[in-house]
Design a protein around this ligand. Structure first.
Ligand SMILES: [Zn+2]
Length: 246
């Protein structure tokens, strides 16, 4: 299903966040005695992963319009609607803990922040890092190509050591097969988002995909996830997992 990233086009399907596409929430039982993760919002006794969207966090983008010079934008667009590459980003309300967690959805701003700063997608603290690389926990698709997941375009933020252990035990999706990966290099290479085309009465949504920053179609994209490419990957046996417990 997954194929290596072909530079410059980020044209491959990318994996979603741990547990975020599962209907069954992952239960993280917070160790309050250790003073860890008191900031993680909870719902029904469950700690909700940092990147998970909440029902009150509506998409407040408003209408996507055609820009005079080509591409898409917002009618009331401001400088904060685009990143340093000039890419348009979805507008999402940010109020984690409000309403109910939506385990099928990742919050755009928190995904972007976690990816940019290499934060754990579950607790929001720093992801684990050793001389062997940054820690990632991915659904296991190692049969997809030799050397998987090397060169993969990835929207899934990394993870800390403690949350990796909990996730492998409690996340239904990962219990079916998880790959623990150390990654030496993970440059930000693009975005995942909605691709629009010009229509008679405005932009027409034509699909969702990942796009490299130098892809000519990028000005027709409304981004919702930041993409890093994983390079220098080493698969680790879960039982051999060691590192800096963040
Ligand atoms: Zn964590």
């Amino acid at each position: 299903m997954l194929t290596p990233l072909l530079t410059p086009a980020v044209s491959v399907p990318v994996q979603r966040a741990v547990c975020a596409d599962d209907d069954t929430p992952m239960s993280l039982h917070v160790d309050s005695a250790a003073g860890q993760r008191a900031e993680i919002p909870r719902s029904g006794g469950l700690a909700v992963p940092y990147v998970t969207a909440w029902s009150a966090e509506q998409n407040v983008s408003g209408e996507v319009i055609l820009r005079p010079g080509g591409g898409v934008g917002y009618l009331d667009e401001s400088i904060v609607d685009r990143d340093a590459y000039g890419v348009l980003w979805v507008r999402s309300a940010s109020c984690p803990g409000a309403g109910k967690p939506v385990f099928g959805e990742v919050h755009s701003l928190r995904q972007r922040r976690a990816m940019r700063r290499l934060l754990c997608q579950v607790c929001g603290d720093a992801a684990d890092r050793t001389p062997d690389g940054i820690l990632w926990l991915l659904p296991d698709f190692r049969e997809d190509w030799p050397g998987w997941p090397d060169a993969m375009a990835n929207v899934e933020p990394p993870i800390c050591l403690r949350c990796a252990g909990v996730s492998m035990r409690l996340c239904p999706r990962l219990r079916r097969g998880a790959a623990v990966v150390r990654v030496l290099e993970c440059p930000v290479v693009g975005v995942r988002g909605k691709l629009y085309a010009p229509g008679q009465e405005g932009p027409i949504l034509v699909g969702t995909d990942a796009f490299a920053f130098d892809d000519l179609r990028i000005r027709w994209v409304q981004a919702f996830s930041l993409v890093r490419q994983l390079r220098g990957c080493t698969l680790v046996m879960p039982g051999e997992l060691t590192g800096h417990d963040s």
